[in-house]
Design a protein around this ligand. Sequence first.
Ligand code: URA
Length: 407
Amino acid sequence: MILDIINKKANNYELTKEELETIFMGYLNDEVKDYQMSAFLMAVCINDMSDSEVFALTDIFIRSGDILDLNFIDGVKVDKHSTGGVGDKTTLIIAPLVASLGVPVIKMSGRGLGYTGGTIDKLESILGFRTALSLEEIKKQASDIGIVVTSQTKDLAPLDKKVYALRDVTATTNSIPLIASSIMSKKIAGGADKIVIDIKVGDGALVNTEEDAKRLESLLIKIGSYYQKEVRTVISNMDRPLGNSVGNRLEVLEAIDVLKGNGKGELLDLSLTLASKMVSMGKGISEEEALNLVKENLNNGKALNKFLEFVKYQGGEIEKLEIDSKVYNIKANKSGILKNIDALGVAKLSLSLGAGRTNKDDDIDYNAGVVIRKEIGDEINEGDILASLYTNIEDPKFNLEKVFEIS
Ligand code: URA
């Protein structure tokens, strides 16, 4: 039976919901083995899925675990998701920004695997910050301060979690239907009313072409309307890192700087865009009106105050946020214009400094990472500092090949 289902997908036939249920629920219950699911996932990568297969798979993921009911919180609950990018600390900026405008943000986030840390790793770089909240704690915090960021409970879409871990080690992560069902199942099981999704496209992203980003966008919106959940999307560039810092505590520091009103460039622009979409959906106003409100709260300190309140509520000691590591300044070996900063190169560099994990049980050095000191388009003189590298690794070896392109 399982072999028939794998064969059917390998020969590019559409599967029924019952067949998808048999193989996926069988996998959750350990009746279907890793090697069988790997073969099936690869067949999906090659032969794709129809819309009805994607809807069925999303439903199977959702029903594999708990579905959170956030109706105890007044107001429209808007969630945000990013398909993952290098230096992406937007959640740290927009969650308090949106909450400071009275739109509740109850967000379940993940740890990073691959090159850089996830939002939960970044928050855990703040001493004392608690990320494993119980449902009771979530409820109390949401009604007290209107913002919660916690790790995904193990009971939320557990099948997606198991399948995602297998995809990660079988080169089956970048299938558009698998990405769409994975993201949407978690957001819907997490109880969101409306969802904003940042689709990253570029060398440092899961989605590498504009065409794939458009296909993903359309699928996410279709799944949303299937569940009567409004989905809005942003397609943003991930050829270069977002902002100047990559590495957990360094990224928290950069996010605080943006919340202090010192943001600039793509990081500020994307944060404003995402936040105004969320506020527009939460308050039922236009994105232009929402943008004005968002800018106001970024400049009058209310977003920063909400961030500080949120960190304190979850036990974080923000005053102890210092980088404790050796610093190595990287200097330009020639003069010219800085043409590119390669996102994937910076991510690998940051991982080699200790900021990410290659295995899910690896320890992270929260102090480690990269701060880029120049902007693309800057005129560079030989000897100028391009980046500062933070690490506690003894006698580190840096691979800077292709990270900075000067010509
Ligand atoms: N983010 C997810 O949650 N799932 C994917 O498959 C890709 C990005």
